[in-house]
Structures are given as C-alpha cells and as structure tokens.
Design a protein around this ligand. Structure first.
Ligand code: NAD
Length: 512
C-alpha cells in the first residue's frame, strides 16, 4: 500500500463535489485498484485504500502467529502499558478521529466523538484488567494437593467489524485481546476502511512510545467479503470475533465450527421498549426518540418495537409524533443535526420496502420519506418513521437497519413481555415504569430474554463496564466489560501434589 499525503481529494461519484481533509492522518489515498471509501454524507469518494485479496490471507495469518508468539511472553501489566499509551493517542486525536467517523459512517459529530470516547474508556478498563487476569485456587479432595485455575493467552484473534461502529467495536475487542496476550487481525467493514487505517496509525504511535512491540501485533486488513471468508477459514485464528448481520454470523459460525475454534458473535437485534401505565411519559418521549431515531436507526441496539400500555398509548404517540417533526435531519457535521444519512442506497431501499410491507400489514406510517435534497442525489437522508401497527406482524419481527419505529398497544405486562420475546433476536430491551413489581419482573428470569434489559431508559447506548451482547439470533457472544476478557484467554486447570504418596481422585485404588 502506498502512503500518501494527508489530504484526500474527493472524486465525486455524484452529488456535491468538494474536498475533505483527512484530518492529519496519513491515509492511503489513490491506491491503484484499491477499495473506495464513500462518504454517506454526500456520496463522494473520500479515498481509495489497499484491497487485500483472498490470496493475502495466509501471509497475514502467519504474521499474526509470529506476533502472538512474541507478545505472549510480555508480562500482562506491560501489555497493559501499551494499551494505556493507545488510550493516550486516542485522547489526543479524539476530535479528528470522531470527525473521520462522521465523514465515513455518517454519524453526527456528538456520536462520532462518543464512539472515540468509548475506545478510550475500554482502553482504561483494559489497563486495570491487565493486573487482574485472576485465576482461582481450588480446594483439592486429596491430601497434600492443591488445584489452580490459570488463564493464558489464547492465540491470534480475528476481529471483523460492521460499518455502524467502525472503530469502537474494534477497540472493545483489541484492548482486551492485547492485554490478554494475543495478536489481532482487524477486518473492517468494506464501507469504512479509512477509519480503520487512522486507528492503526494511532496504534503505531503508541507502539513507538512503548518501544519493543512485536511487528504485526495489530494488522488492519481491508478487503471484500470473500477476503473475510478466507481469513475466517484460516485455522491459525484461535478466535473469530465478528460483529454484523445474523447472515454473516451464521456463515462465520459454520466456517469455524469444524476446527472448534472460538467465536464471539455480535449480530443483529430487534429491540423493544415497554412503556407501562405508570411511566414518566416525558422521560419516555426522550428515551424513545434517542433510541429509535438516533444514529438514523443504525445501531444494533436501536429501538425498533415500542409496546405502550393502552391507557397511555394515544398520549405518548401524539407526543412522539410532535417530537419526530422537530428532529433535524441533514448534514451530520452541522452541530444542529440530530439524524444523519443512511449508509447507502441499498439501506434506503430496504427501509422503503419495509415501510411498504408495514402498510400492507395494516400499519399507519408517519414519516419515512427521503429528505435533505441539498446533500445531493447520491446521499440518502430520511425522516425517521413512526408506524402504528395493529399487531406484531411479520415485518415488525424483522430487523430493518433504518429509523423505523413500530408502535403497538398492550393490556397486561405478561402480554408485553411475551411480545418483547417473540422475535428471533435477543440483544437489547427496556421497560419504563414506576412500578417496582413490573420492572423487577421484566429483569427476572421470567422477563426479557435479551442480553440487555434496561429500566427507565431506552435499549441503546451501553456503557463499556458491562458485558455486551445478546441471545438467540444475536449470536450469544459477550464482549467489553465484566468478565468478557475470559473469551480471549484459554483456561488451564492444574492439580499439584506436594506430598509423598499418590492418592487418586474419587478414592480410586490402583496399587502397583
Ligand atoms: P454485515 O454482516 O454486512 O458486515 C459485517 C462485517 O462482516 C463486514 O466486515 C463484512 O465484510 C464481514 N462479512 C460479511 N460476510 C462475511 C463472511 N461470510 N465471512 C467473513 N466476513 C464477512 O453487517 P453491516 O451491514 O456492516 O452491519 C449491520 C449489522 O450489524 C446489523 O445487523 C446490526 O444489528 C449488526 N451489528 C451488531 C452489533 C452487535 O454488537 N450485536 C454491533 C453493530 C452492528
């Protein structure tokens, strides 16, 4: 790959042409035959980056093995020091990187910055963790024996990320994988290759400050899906952590299963909120609008299904409609904007198709139309859609990655919980109520079946301290906080005999 100067010149594929600065990153632009990075803001090409082909996968995996062999020898707290330095680089470049996220993924500025903050937070978390990769001592049933449980580095980790969190998801994985003693290969979304290269530059700076970091400890490998498939099939990856659609996760799981390697799958969601009759409706209005319309409905945890108690349904729907009318949709770099563009035309078409299905299935659609023509014909901005549905029909049970909120009524909490759980996904959910019995039931074993169940807020916007992920078609993986680090290490159980006889477990006699 050729390194070019720090300016990326737009090659307009349509819409507004112009020049966007690469914000101080030395990004590979104008690579011959490279992959294009297109800004959803105006449909212009931000730059070209090196495209790896399937034949490149084997060399990448081999380098990851070499890096792993060296890195696992470095004591964990020292590995934490590298991640601390990465956090410092991210702090220093927060504004620039956040802006690049906005340029390439179309997020509003606040959310681009928030994504970088999330990277900083997980680095801090991982630094602390690097001195707390605790095992256990276990009471042995045999005299003069003890047992231990120890955690060891796992191996090269392949991290596949989705377009909608182009940098944070890598950091959730990489910060933990690195302190756990692993090397990392990052296969970013083909829609966001530039942000990945920018992060790699920050990582390289941290490596320089650290000193002796093995080469290729982190490799960024941009390429199309076929290249990703070849990486996944490479037996040298001990872990494949993949974030994206359920379709992708099924393929990855099937490809990795024959070699029994580990996966962490973070797949789609179809998240619901239940608003009970005692809920604070003003709080509900704000929580729902952020979760359903924010990030243009392109978060895995975006709110897509809203169940409202029949006694407060009409009042809440009226206030949501009024709020929806106020939402500024447009250029995400404008500080007043709340909702930026959809990622591309295909996303827009899928949204329109879903709205047509919803109408056929009895839905009353408000909003959902294309807007912001000033951003050019190659950019896809939509008004967030609110759809009043007579029941939870087939289209409501699907994940459409766009700002569509289906609203339905319920009479009893049992009914609402059953509706919450009646989809194939199990990522996030929430309840708004002032009734302790209701909220406790929702978070109990008989309540929400999701990996995340929030109270008096929406389902989106997780903190890094908790384990993140969900059940069923969401893939079952957990990453980020809590004990998710164990997914990046291998567990060893050791029994030690410090006596002079050889008692066998379970009292078995075997005298020779
Ligand atoms: P996608 O599945 O199209 O692509 C995700 C990544 O997988 C890309 O890097 C892509 O190149 C790669 N990929 C696709 N097929 C592959 C294969 N067979 N082998 C190897 N790699 C493959 O998803 P997207 O459109 O980028 O993202 C949107 C989806 O991601 C939504 O469904 C959303 O809910 C989900 N998502 C989930 C989480 C989570 O944490 N649960 C977070 C963000 C996004």
């Amino acid at each position: 790959a050729t390194e070019m100067d720090s300016e990326i010149v737009n090659e307009p594929v349509g819409g507004k042409s112009g020049t966007r600065r690469a914000l101080g990153f030395d990004l590979e632009a104008g690579v011959e035959g490279g992959m294009r990075s297109i800004s959803p803001i105006d449909g212009c090409v931000l730059g070209h980056v090196h495209r790896n082909m399937p034949a490149d996968a084997a060399g990448i995996a081999a380098r990851a093995v070499m890096a792993f062999d060296a890195w696992r020898r470095v004591p964990a707290p020292q590995r934490g020091e590298l991640v601390r330095l990465l956090g410092n680089e991210l702090r220093a470049a927060k504004t620039e990187l956040g802006r690049l996220v906005s340029l390439e993924a179309g997020k509003i500025e606040q959310e681009g910055l928030g994504e970088v903050q999330e990277m900083i937070d997980i680095c801090d978390f991982a630094v602390g963790l690097s001195r707390q990769l605790y095992g256990l001592t276990i009471a042995s049933e045999r005299p003069d024996h003890k047992m231990l449980e120890t955690w060891h580095p796992l191996g090269p980790c392949l991290v596949i990320t989705a377009f909608n969190f182009p940098v944070a998801v890598w950091a959730w994985n990489a910060a933990l994988a690195l302190v756990c003693g692993n090397s990392v290969v990052w296969k970013p979304s083909e829609k966001t290759p530039l942000t990945a290269l920018a992060v790699k530059q920050l990582f390289d700076k941290a490596c320089q400050a650290f000193g002796a970091v093995p080469g290729d400890l982190v490799q960024v490998a941009n390429g199309e899906r076929e290249f990703g498939e070849t990486l996944v099939a490479d037996a040298r990856f001990a872990l494949v952590s993949a974030t994206g659609s359920t379709r992708m996760g099924r393929q990855v799981a099937a490809a990795v299963a024959p070699r029994f390697a580990r996966t962490i799958l973070e797949l789609g969601g179809n998240n619901a909120t239940i608003v009970c009759k005692t809920a604070d409706l003003e709080l509900a209005r704000r929580a729902v609008v952020f979760a359903a319309a924010g990030t243009a409905g392109q978060r895995c945890t975006s709110l897509r299904r809203l169940f409202v108690h029949e006694s407060v349904h009409d009042e809440l729907v009226a206030s949501l409609k009024a709020a929806y009318r106020q939402i500024r949709v447009g250029d995400p770099l404008d500080g007043q904007t709340l909702v930026g563009p959809l990622i591309d035309r295909a996303a827009f078409e899928r949204m329109q198709h879903a709205l047509a299905c919803a109408r056929e299935q009895g839905g009353k659609v408000t909003g959902g139309e294309r807007t912001a023509p000033e951003m050019g014909e190659h950019a896809y901005y939509v008004r967030p859609a609110l759809v009043e549905m007579p029941s939870q029909t087939a289209i409501v049970r699907e994940e459409t990655f766009a700002p569509i909120l289906y609203v339905m009524k319920f009479a009893s909490l049992d009914e609402a919980i059953a509706l919450n759980n009646a989809v194939s996904y199990g990522l996030s959910s929430s309840i708004l109520t002032h009734d302790l019995r209701e909220s406790e039931r929702f978070v109990s074993a008989l309540g929400s079946d999701c990996g995340i169940a929030n109270v008096n807020m929406g389902p989106s916007g997780a903190e890094i301290g908790g384990a993140f992920g969900g059940e069923k078609d969401t893939g079952g993986g957990r990453e980020s906080g809590s004990d998710a680090w164990k997914g990046y290490m291998r567990r060893m159980t050791t029994a030690i005999n410090y006596g002079e006889s050889l008692p066998l477990a379970q009292g078995v006699r075997f005298d020779v």
